[in-house]
Unconditional design. Sequence first.
Length: 434
Amino acid sequence: MNATTIIVVGMFLLVGCSVLIGELFVRLGQAALVGQLLVGVILGPTVLAGPLGLTSIATSFSALQVLATFFILVMAGMAITPQQIRSTGLTAGVIGIVIFIVPFLVGAEIVRVIYPALPTIETLFVSLTISITALPVLGVMLREFDLLESRFGAALMNSAMINELCAVTVFAVLLQIYSHPNAVGLSIATAAVTTGLFLSSILAVYFLQRSLRQLKVWDRMVERFRQSWRSREGGFAVLMVIALGAALYSQLLGLTYLVGAFFCGLLITPESAGRREHRSISFIFESVTWGFFIPLFFALVGFSMDLKLIGFSVVPIVAFLALVVYAIFSKIFAGAGIARLLGWSANESLAAGFFVSSRGAVSTAMAVILLNQGIYSTKLFTIVAAVGLITTIVSPIGARPFVRSITAAQREADEKRTAAAFEPGIPPRRLINR
């Protein structure tokens, strides 16, 4: 087979098996992404890539993985409104900062103990990449559990977003320090300025939209565009251009394209795009993302790894398992602990702890950058990617029983409110205050 045929065969196997196995896992009561990740591992170099002749195409899928990540981030952003961010701002901020700082700082010492031969900069990078909650993975899990549009889901997505902003800022600082070890202060200042510039730009766009809507100018502009644009699906095309521009802007600032894609989706609301156009755009985006890019994304994450590189002797396996245990429980304890302190219920706190323990797109993208720059060896890259794989598998499985308790409590509260509505002698105003 020629190279093109091999790539098509690989895509057919990855997407086809991911869709089928994902459906099987859903029927078994698990999240589809667990099965999709395992499909990638099995079809990848760890198991079947050699016999199937797919070992040479891993690099050919890198662009597809970038595109899939981009679509997932935009879709995740579109599911959250700026109003939700304002309503959960302080809570999300505290959780997001804690679930990054605690695993990162403690993890640096843990990694140093587990892998004492690693240079300091590599130790910090490993600690960083295992401290990032996967925003797109979290969005997919919350969507599968029907929690994405709830207050609980919005708070977690905002926390993961803040976690990711902290992570990419530290990543930029560490890269600057690695490149210019004698200018640490300048590296920190540069990263702080670029992050502030990006967030200021996003806020400026949001407040401009808001002001134009209040002046009744924005709605007229949207309606005029809808009536005058002749090409099919013009709203979707414009969204893609804007999202790519935002991704490019954040990439040029050194914050990775993921941040720009997410924030662009965040600004695409029924108010900004028009309710009719927003409904059409959302339908197209979700169909393409859920039907193709999400199964492909998780399969490619598994496909990019070769677990044989970790080694089969006792010492490397024990070291790897110790890193996995720390990666899982550091997030669970930090996330559940701070959520409990902020007044969340026990079930909500534990569900949040498991949800934020997932890794994925951003940590994998960082690991690829570090591999390409020679900071990571192939073995170290596989270790970090494998930690992300296992934590992502454990996350929805661990969260499921607590999610069931949350949804059961919500149903019970709804039933009580419904029953109260039929109690005689209760005025409507008093009923609302209950």
